[in-house]
Design a protein around this ligand. Structure first.
Ligand code: FES
Length: 156
């Protein structure tokens, strides 16, 4: 059965923005979903003022995962690290004019990947970003699959 994707989702899937890597990135985070097996990596280039100058991603995953990581990188560019925390999966979904319910977890992965990259940046610089918690599914330090509690969805 064909899923109903918005034009924005199709656009970001077929023509994703910011695909690639950033060498010597200020922060890099890799997250995965143990259930579908999709993996997302986000790189952030953050200047001395804490402003995200560039963001790139690599996603090994479904079309919605590609579209949401593309949109997430678009949304965080030019923002401060604090503002980037507001780029939640809901914000990404809204910017994409919605996602089918079974694809909501793909947008969560995008949020987690941004958070994982911000966490990496904070750790490297010995700073704390208010409101940022260690990402649950950052798989850059260990490569085994995680348990089902990665599956919690945000209800707000
Ligand atoms: S199906 Fe898992 S990220 Fe899309």
């Amino acid at each position: 059965m064909a899923m109903n994707y918005s034009e924005a989702v199709m656009d970001h899937f077929t023509n994703p923005r910011n695909v690639g890597e950033i060498e010597n990135a200020s922060g890099c985070g890799t997250v995965g979903n143990a259930v579908c097996g999709d993996i997302m990596r986000v790189y952030l280039d953050i200047d001395d003022d804490g402003v995200i100058q560039d963001a790139k991603f690599k996603t090994f995953g479904c079309g919605a995962a590609i579209a949401t990581s593309s949109m997430a990188t678009v949304l965080v560019k030019g923002k401060t690290v604090q503002e980037a925390l507001e780029v939640t999966n809901k914000a990404v979904m809204e910017a994409l004019d919605g996602l089918p319910p079974v694809k909501v977890h793909c947008s969560l992965l995008a949020e987690e990947a941004i958070h994982a990259a911000l966490w990496d940046y904070a750790e490297k610089n010995g700073i704390a970003i208010e409101g940022l918690e260690k990402p649950v599914s950052d798989i850059s330090e260990h490569d085994h699959a995680h348990g089902a509690d990665d599956e919690e969805e945000e209800e707000e």
